[in-house]
Design a protein around this ligand. Structure first.
Ligand SMILES: NC(=O)c1ccc[n+]([C@@H]2O[C@H](COP(=O)([O-])OP(=O)(O)OC[C@H]3O[C@@H](n4cnc5c(N)ncnc54)[C@H](OP(=O)(O)O)[C@@H]3O)[C@@H](O)[C@H]2O)c1
Length: 355
């Protein structure tokens, strides 16, 4: 995936920042031109004075927005906006991420290999796996096969994996193990799979892996409340780029999605169809069925379109090549705002899982 400048006026800001930091002799950090521009939080606004302008004023004048905890700066106009023409979103890390891909939970190595290959062949460029799924080897083989067959290059594909529990040192080992199993030299997005005893340690290991180029973007999964996210933001030096949570028509956490927007964090839905064992209830919903008939689309396609139009990246899981192709054939219609409202109205705040 491409790394874009997620900060609209970065060169201007960089110049101001250099002056600010030189003037203050601060501990601020300016990364190279292509990277994010970051100012160490310990450089207080009172310290960061250029003439009459505080650091915050300088950043604001340049049209960018600074997150409170990390000091990370991003272009609030560009970051988090879904581009339906390219099928991508710009993350606050500066990297682009496809907004629709395939999930591999419950798939064996062999199934994950085939699903990855079929997804890439169908046009999908986002593959979701995790250490816990024990199928990263299969995902890696599917990716390698698609590269060998000339379907994609590594750079065109966005791989997400997740690390599970542990502490800093365990996370360092786990990131290396994920790279080895996938057979890649970087992973596009790594998430903490779910809250654990030493999230700060695990997150630190992920931040170090970003610095060393092993990971491009980092985020969290299964953090459902503002308070939980705030705890992460308090220790994060790199603001999470993505939060991947259970989200479907019966459980819509719009409140969290709207809350994290200020940090340039994008939400991603797991269980977009309710997960295995619950897809019937989701597909048979009469509102969904009605829109399917109107647009000549399947219930799965209507639901996916709703996730994307409502601002959720999504990764429907499938081992069926026909379903995978169907899940990527959602670009030729658009739900109206009134229809979106009707689907939002299905919400019962009802999760299927408790983790
Ligand atoms: N972060 C987390 O804690 C977490 C938790 C759960 C899942 N996830 C991720 O999210 C992904 C999605 O969740 P999920 O796979 O569990 O559930 P899901 O996507 O809601 O549903 C998967 C089910 O939908 C069926 N399906 C897929 N496309 C279909 C279509 N077009 N028509 C009819 N049925 C279709 C699949 O069957 P077929 O195989 O027959 O197509 C499978 O039974 C996972 O694969 C995983 O990558 C993350």
């Amino acid at each position: 995936m491409k790394k874009r400048n997620s900060c609209k006026n970065c060169s201007w800001i960089l110049l101001i920042a250099c002056l600010l930091l030189t003037a203050c002799g601060s501990r601020g950090q300016v990364m190279d031109g292509e990277d994010m521009f970051r100012i160490d939080e310990e450089t207080t606004q009172e310290e960061a004075v250029l003439g009459e302008a505080t650091q915050e004023e300088a950043v604001e004048a340049a049209g960018a927005e600074s997150t409170v905890e990390s000091g990370q700066v991003f272009d609030k106009e560009a970051v988090g906006k879904f581009d339906f023409a390219t099928g991508k979103v710009l993350l606050n890390s500066g990297w682009e991420m496809p907004i629709l891909g395939t999930g591999t939970w419950t798939l064996s190595d062999e199934e994950a290999e085939n699903s990855t290959y079929n997804a890439l062949k169908s046009g999908m460029r986002l593959i979701d796996t995790a250490r816990y799924y024990q199928n990263e080897v299969g995902v890696g083989k599917g990716l390698a096969r698609a590269i060998e067959d000339g379907i994609v290059t590594r750079e065109e594909v966005f791989i997400t994996s997740k690390i599970y529990g542990g502490d800093h040192d365990r996370a360092v080992e786990t990131i290396d193990a994920a790279l080895a199993d996938l057979g890649v030299d970087y992973i596009d997005l790594m998430l903490i799979h779910q809250p654990g005893a030493d999230d700060a340690g695990v997150y630190k290991a992920m931040e170090e892996a970003v610095e060393s180029g092993k990971l491009h973007s980092i985020g969290i999964s299964n953090y459902y409340t503002k308070e939980q996210v705030d705890e992460v933001l308090a220790f994060a030096e790199i603001t999470p780029a993505v939060i991947q949570n259970e989200n479907h028509i019966y459980y819509q956490n719009a409140e969290l999605r709207d809350y994290v927007k200020q940090y340039g964090i994008v939400m991603e839905s797991w269980y977009p169809f309710g997960g295995r064992g619950h897809t019937g209830e989701n597909f048979e919903n009469e509102v969904i069925q009605g829109f399917g008939a109107k647009y000549g689309k399947t219930a799965a396609q209507i639901i996916l379109r709703w996730h994307l139009q409502d601002g959720y990246i999504t990764i429907p899981g499938s081992s069926n090549p026909e379903h995978i192709a169907e899940n990527y054939d959602i670009w030729d219609f658009e739900l109206t705002e009134e229809e979106m409202e009707q689907i939002r109205g299905i919400d019962e705040q009802r999760r299927y899982e408790s983790w």
